[in-house]
Design a protein around this ligand. Structure first.
Ligand code: HEC
Ligand code: HEC
Length: 454
């Protein structure tokens, strides 16, 4: 059944022609070109157009719909940005979201920022995981309005009937998109059809912060892929890109990789108790440095993989990448035919760098823990939580949340349910990483203050 649906998806996608390429202005550095390309070049097909976006409010539940009806078009745009986790661009292009390329023809094409850039405490920060992105809700609602506008569904909208895009706001099934798309390519990246689709273990991830990229040799939470621009290209593996076209993006992705490499962690914008933080540095160096490295004058990053049974955080992501997929990638053009260090049986998760950790809530690879205080108090992590859009918890350092024992019964629409992070769901466990239990309460307080400074 699943194979048949994939085949249908493939056939439909073949009829959608790729969009025209565009080139960055001359005289930019590679990193600037990369930044420009993400914002302006459509690497994949459009999901919908401007008219569709402008009409989305008609699908909203009351009282939101009436409020949108009586609002100005500018207020309506802002309401839509808020509903779907879209933000303004940090400079220029008023009205265009950071997270989508909007072509001259008014087509909206998803870009890397949709998962990789969003806002923290109301301020847009390039490279901070977009913890408000509501991909599933956005595409369900474009899918609902399009027939009324006489428009055809895009391949992603069709896929979203049977392929989960993200079951909680701020996290996506991105890893499994990669597995599903990669399965239909041979080692030269040609499209193939008669393949056996591996078991797809759908689960959601919180994207990692981009400013850690420059510290790493291997990327992804299990460190399985050597850092390389080709590995980043899996985003462009959609069926509408032939092997030739896909590979023609290589130079663009060298520039995109240079852009990501150029990003720095944002600085904590609120007051810091420097004396407490310096006590916290000693605690950190004694208990955390061996895995997370050191910060400040003497920087180091050990890039250590911790076996899954020891770390104890949710294991689904590790299991979700089948060995055949990892081997296929290793032997292909992407893995430079085995030349890149592709690890086909990683044993656990890599301890990430913690630069800018104040900004990257929620925590752990699945985004299950809302604040640093909760990372430091493993027994007190909330089972179910819901965040505010722009609030920032300066006490506990991270998202401003409400906690629950279970998702309230009066929350019925799928869009509203996705605003609750339910740690009892598959792939969403908030367990593990119990190292902070070695610390007493004062030491935890001090480490929390120190974490604001790195
Ligand atoms: C649908 C969401 C989504 C989109 C769109 C997306 N990514 Fe990602 N990206 C992720 C997730 C989730 C991970 C973590 C995967 C893992 O660790 O297994 C990731 C990981 C990465 C990493 C590795 C970072 C690290 O430190 O290990 C880089 C670099 C990256 N993405 C770049 C890109 C680029 C470039 C694009 C656009 C061409 C892009 N991503 C589009 C979700 C996305
Ligand atoms: C034995 C190695 C190890 C030690 C010791 C350790 N950690 Fe970690 N830490 C990890 C790993 C691995 C992860 C990633 C877990 C995941 O995402 O599933 C992690 C994740 C984190 C995160 C979440 C980062 C994010 O962006 O999601 C924070 C914060 C953190 N650790 C803080 C600390 C602090 C503070 C200490 C010291 C009290 C510490 N860790 C000790 C291995 C370690």
């Amino acid at each position: 059944m699943i194979r048949a649906v994939f085949f249908l998806f493939f056939v439909l996608a073949c009829f959608i022609s790729p969009l025209n390429a565009q080139d960055p202005p001359v005289g930019l550095t590679p990193a600037q070109r990369g930044e420009w390309l993400i914002l302006n070049k459509p690497f994949i097909t459009a999901d919908f157009d401007q008219e569709t976006f402008d009409n989305l409010w008609k699908t909203w539940p009351e009282p939101l719909k009436s409020r949108a009806k009586n609002a100005t078009s500018e207020q309506r745009r802002q309401m839509a940005f808020s509903r779907y986790g879209l933000t303004e661009r940090p400079h220029g292009s008023i009205g265009k979201p950071l997270q989508y390329v909007v072509t001259d023809r008014g087509e909206w094409v998803m870009n890397c920022h949709s998962c990789h850039s969003g806002k923290v405490a109301g301020k847009v920060i390039p490279g901070v995981p977009n913890s408000l992105f509501a991909m599933q809700t956005l595409l369900e609602e474009t899918r609902a309005i399009k027939p009324q506008l006489g428009k055809q569904l895009s391949s992603k909208e069709i896929a979203s009937f049977f392929f989960p895009l993200g079951s909680t706001v701020g996290t996506t099934n991105a890893v499994i998109f990669g597995v599903a798309l990669g399965t239909f390519r041979d080692s030269e990246m040609n499209l193939v059809t008669n393949v056996k689709v591996p078991m797809l273990l759908h689960h959601d991830m919180d994207a990692p912060a981009w400013w850690h990229y420059k510290k790493k040799k291997q990327i992804y939470i299990d460190g399985f892929a050597e850092k390389n621009h080709r590995v980043l290209m899996s985003f462009a593996l959609v069926r509408s890109n032939s092997s030739e076209r896909y590979r023609s993006f290589e130079d663009d992705f060298r520039d995109i990789s240079a852009y990501i490499e150029s990003l720095d962690a944002p600085v904590y914008p609120y007051a810091i108790d420097r004396k407490l933080a310096s006590r916290g540095k000693d605690v950190f160096d004694n208990h955390c440095l061996r895995c997370h490295g050191s910060y400040g004058e003497k920087e180091s990053y050990p890039e250590r993989t911790i076996p899954i049974d020891e770390i104890g955080t949710d294991p689904v992501r590790l299991r979700a990448l089948p060995v055949v997929y990892r081997e296929g990638l290793k032997k292909s053009w992407v893995g430079e035919y085995g030349k890149l260090n592709t690890i086909t049986d990683p044993k656990g998760y890599v301890a990430p760098p913690l630069d800018g950790v104040w900004a990257t809530a929620p925590y752990f690879h699945n985004g299950s823990v809302p604040t640093l205080w909760h990372v430091l108090h493993p027994e007190q992590r909330p089972a179910v939580w819901r965040r505010t859009e722009d609030g920032y918890d300066r006490e506990r350092v991270g998202l401003e949340i409400e906690s629950f024992d279970r998702v309230p019964r009066d929350v019925v629409t799928p869009a509203d349910k996705r605003k609750y992070f339910d740690t009892r769901k598959f792939g969403k466990k908030n367990s593990g990483h119990t190292y902070p239990n070695e610390l007493d309460e004062q030491e935890k307080r001090a480490v929390l203050e120190y974490l604001k400074t790195i």
